[in-house]
Design a protein around this ligand. Sequence first.
Ligand code: B12
Ligand code: SF4
Length: 494
Amino acid sequence: MKVLLIDPRSINRGSLNIGLAYVATVLQERGHKVKVLDFNSYIGDEDKRLFNTLGWVPDIIGISIFPASIPTYEGARKIVDFCRKNFKKDCFYIAGGVGVTLEPEKFMEENKNYFNFAVVGEGEFTFAELVDSLEKGGDSQTIPGLVFHSGEKIIRTQDRPFIKELDKLPFPDYRLFDSVGGRKIVEYPLITSRGCPFNCIFCLNKELSGRKWRARSAEDVVNEMEVAVKKNGSSSVYIWDDHFSLDVKRAIDICKLKIERGVNVPYYLPDGIRADSVNEELAMLLRKSGCKGVSIGVEDANPLTYKYINKGEELEDVIRGIKILKKAGVPVRVSMIIGLPHTTYESTKQSMEFIKTLDVHSEWYLAIPFPRTQLYKWVENNGRFLENPLSRVALTFRTVVFDTPDFTKEDRLKAFYHANMDYSFPEKAFFEHRCQPLYQKDSLYEIFIDSYKTVWKYNRWGLAKHTLRLIQYLSWGVKRRLNRVIHKDKIRGL
Ligand code: B12
Ligand code: SF4
């Protein structure tokens, strides 16, 4: 079968879609012909690229719904409409990804006019079996891990168990992505384990992984790093695990093997490792094996809030872990959430002072209560929603999504800008993040408006002293955006 997979344009210009790459590679290994259109990390000319690829006449079109967000749903529906309009042949439309897995029946109910089937959970084998069965005319409706509509009814088949032996999966072949082709993948995205056994109240992991953690062997991970360097010309590796070091011995083995095999590529752990898993040996080996940055989630330092968010580790563990990493020479970035339960402007100020004592770079985000999390329920009972948490504006992390009587919208915003301006360093990283939406603007006019609004916001909080610095970084954002227009090809796959 000819299968066209698509990663629709979504919130932020993201990295290459790892999950979609696994799905594509497994399918290709089964003998199907696969192409992937990546509208997410390489934006522009979408209609043209889609139109050209439809000439290849795919039998099946699969769309990744990552994450669950209004822009992703809209992007996916737009693609289906476009294909139906420009492409006469009957074709199966199938969705998969986090946005399906979180609420499968609801997704199918709302999208039954667009998709024939949706894949729930890990997609590699469910999708491959579905494609095989559609090819051979088998009974697709008994395949585990599916949701579909039959007349007015929404039917969900039994759940597919999580993949245990991750080593048996092929390495994701990003060359199938039109954004990559034969080009270098400068920042190679890598997953060494899936899931997380903890239960933080703001996190969706429980819904996605059922609190089951599964990991690849050290050898398999280092083999993929080698492929990243040798075959994809990568100059850095980004490990996006939910919990890289749950099995500390495995993490140590990965570092040791990477050193032993001379795979000298620098790597980052931007999605965080848990501080309670850090010991002196691991920290030292992380540095020696080329780890250039680790993110640690502290979230909030108010004791009542810290206990309530149920991280499953004590604040003392976090402080100890950060100190060990710093002592070993591993750059640490701390991730904070503003507006969690039981916080106020004053308690958030105390958290800022606390972070200052740790002497690390910190990033402060406004809390987003995702549907199905405990935080969402807490807001329903104790606060007031101001925005839909799945809207584009909410997912920028710059918008106040809810407030409470003790912590008003104004105070939340004030805390957000204050924390990021005065307590976050080095500032460049913050501004890079703040300027990111600028890359995606379609016109210079939009860039100007966005810059103006941002500067205005900063001034509003009496932070005029930062304006010059802000303008400097905004112009850096504009320059990057212009570069994208002028040298589009050169930065593909970043
Ligand atoms: C790595 C990661 C990122 C990375 C890279 C993402 C990428 N393109 O690969 C970056 C930093 C770019 C990122 C960005 C964002 N992320 Co993110 N991310 C993750 C993380 C930690 C892991 C995802 C992953 O690669 N998993 C491993 C792969 C193998 O699993 P998978 O992605 O689920 O894919 C499998 C299935 O879903 C399915 N599948 C996927 N696509 C398709 C398509 C078809 C056709 C089929 C059949 C199957 C299928 O099969 C895959 C293989 O088994 C998840 C948390 C999590 N545990 O899922 C959060 C997570 C998905 N992200 C989240 C969010 C909020 C975001 C952002 C909106 C944040 C922001 N405001 O910028 C952006 C949105 C980016 C965008 N595209 O617009 C939330 C989603 C919340 C929600 N309600 O949906 C999560 C759940 C984090 C959390 N705990 O809250 N993210
Ligand atoms: S430790 Fe991280 S991945 Fe695990 S539940 Fe908490 S926030 Fe989610």
